[in-house]
Write a protein that binds this ligand. Sequence first.
Ligand code: HEC
Length: 206
Amino acid sequence: MSIKRFYPISRLLLGMVLAISLFSCVKDQNFHSNEEVEMYKLSDLDLVQPVAMDAIETAAAEMSYALSSTIDKAGVKEAIEYCNLSANDLIKTIAEDYGVEIKRTSLKLRNHSNKPSKDEKLILDFYAKQESLGKACKGEMSKVDGIYKYYHPIYVSENCTQCHGIAGESLHKKAAKKLAELYLNDHAQDYHTGDLRGMWVVTFTK
Ligand code: HEC
């Protein structure tokens, strides 16, 4: 999955410190147009987005590594079992490192415990509308009961179709059988490369 990288938080914080010190030095001289001084007025989105994106990139990279190495070593069926048992635990461990909550959700679920909350459903519907209009979805942010939430779309890449594609085609019969054993009500099939699969949600609980 390709995720756009934003500037790292360390650079952002350094920029803010510079901005604040620069701002206090120069404000008497009526100094307005300076890049660093602009950063003094960071919006909430500017603060939340880099942390959320860093956490999402880490989670996506670790998931991708865990799945592809299990597929290479043991096969797709075993990787499905791994995903069934460990995907949400792996995501939880990474979230704890960042001091946030992370989840993946979708309008077409495989594991129904990943179901969207009310605000998440609104964003998923919005993303689905964008997709139907042929528009690319972007990161979105909301504040729910005083808590920031950041949403980021997840698109299907070719390797995802081994487990989310069309049964008998990209999704091999053995893998489809394993999925049917583990998930009674699996709606997360029939995807093509490039389709919108769902989204990441990062909740800033602290
Ligand atoms: C080895 C098989 C496998 C591969 C490859 C795979 N997935 Fe999944 N995916 C699963 C399984 C199994 C689940 C259900 C996990 C669970 O029980 O929590 C799942 C769940 C999800 C979910 C959570 C929502 C839901 O439906 O429960 C998303 C989003 C998702 N996958 C996206 C992707 C994307 C994007 C890719 C490619 C980058 C991908 N998956 C690759 C097997 C796979």
